[in-house]
Design a binder for this molecule. Sequence first.
Ligand code: ZN
Length: 651
Amino acid sequence: MTSSPIEQLVARSRRIGAIPALVVHGGGNTSTKMTGRDHLGRERKLLAIKGSGADLATIDASGFTFLFLDGLLTLRTRDKMDDDAMVAFVTHCQAEPLARRPSIETLLHAFLPATNVDHVHADAICALTNGPDARTVVRDALGPRVAFVEYVRPGFALARRVADLADHDAVILAHHGLVTWGEDDTFARTMELVGRASAYLDRRRRTTVPRAPAPSAVDEDFLLRLRGRLARRGRVILHASEDGSIAQRDDLERIAAAGPATADHLLTIGLAPLVVSDAGSIDDAVDRYEKRYTAYWERNRDRAPTGIAMHDPRPRVVLVAGAGTIALAETERRARVIADVAAHTHAVAAMALDAFGDAVSLSDRDLFDIDYWPLELAKLGRPQPKPELAGQVVIVTGAAGAIGSAVAQQVAAAGAHVVITDIDAPRLDAVAEALSHDGHSVMPLVGEISDERFVDRLVSDAIARYGGVDGCVSNAGIAVTGRLADLPTSEWQRSLDVNTSSHFFLTRRLLRALGTQGLGGSLVYVASKNAFDAGAGFGAYSVAKAAQVQIARLAAIEGGSVGVRANVINPDAIFAGSRLWSEELRRSRAAAHGVGVDDLEAFYASRNLLHRGVRAEDVAYAAVFLLSERSSRTTGCVITVDGGLSAAFPR
Ligand code: ZN
């Protein structure tokens, strides 16, 4: 059975999208010309082309937009057309007015008479054009049947130039990519040309490969210092990838100077990576980078659309000599995309350097015209308000429990990347799964929080994964019951280990890391109303919780000079979903209060001033507030979340 033209287009597109050396993260586009019917049932020639933003790797039929070809072809005889007029015209040609906006390269596909057109930003093709004398190199590598077009920003002019070359087999676009066309298998033609380009680069490859610098590591100290400097303009997540091959080269400055391999890479990775050799040179290197970006803006700003301010001048990619690549963004997801695209740009620069001894990119002016391209700026739309904890990394302990999971959920919803820990592996996994399912970035780590080696690893792993840390909700705790007269030493010690020492271990570890990072931070401790209002038969718990409050106060006193805040939340009993409130604890507390087990919850609600039961989410609201800038002038404070208990008022 033969498949429909659109099924064939989807299949071909996915084959291309599956090869990162051809296209990455939404790059490239494909089309086919076919017959279909318009809204009046008339038979029309249609162009089906990838919609803007669709990813060839995962595209389905809904990722394509259909346009009336006869309408588009009326533009073929025009001399010029600006972007706005072109986009407006193309929009009028859509068969479905509300379909997604078609690729900016729509006219290029429409003007070529062939049925199928594929356009990729293949690494090997870009490497051919990103060395000196690209026109000669392309002819040398691919022969006279493949045309070459000097760089021009995608739009009407490029579409016309390519259409004028339709008597060739394919077109290479400088600093951009490859266009192939045909009646049948364009994929094979694309692969054949990319293969020939690769073989040519291999033949030209110099025999002496750049010597590797001494291997170094992106260690914790390096990450904290780097993030500390980069996050001054707003918190960011660092994603480190150890792509040794590039970082081991001794010509990293030349790789960086080569700039983005293509215009669409620029939109993702920015102008150029920052090269850093060691932790000591981070500050100067970032300063120089930001000055360079500002100077580039000043040189070109009169060509920026009116009302547009300078973009964030920070690098988005850092090449660490001998170690690897670090990408930064407000979310880990975005940082990973940047890292992927950067790897291809760096590979293209390396190929060009190895084959031709030089790598060149777009001119300063052409870079700026993409960087501040009104069509791309329009895609970003109105600036959205940032989530309150955007770019932050927060550790939540005891995260499998009622309070911990509610805190993790709200902290993640506020934009933070959460590192959650608990000793209960199945429940922690369930919490992590729910958070990932909602699209949050979460790292679960199972372990015993009263073991200082585990606490050390918890913080190390958080920093290795996200590049730094901004705060914690130190929440893990256990209930230990028994009157002092009967309390075994082991029970007393168990309460002190989990309810006091674990908070000390985390505090000590975080104060050191936050000190190195130099961005301040917020430590939030979930203690208990028992810290101030001890309960009979609950001594080991009450004493340990009082000590926890004292740890928080000391952290506030000692952390203040480096901007680290420390505050406490004192909840009263929370029953729903609680692990702390085991059957045994319920029986024991019911006996202590002289009420039936079934009446315990009602008893706790009735004894407070508001007569309301306390919920886990009430604690989470307070935690998000204490982590956020809204509480930036608050430290050493205790917030009660207990419905109002005068005996437990902070003092
Ligand atoms: Zn393109």
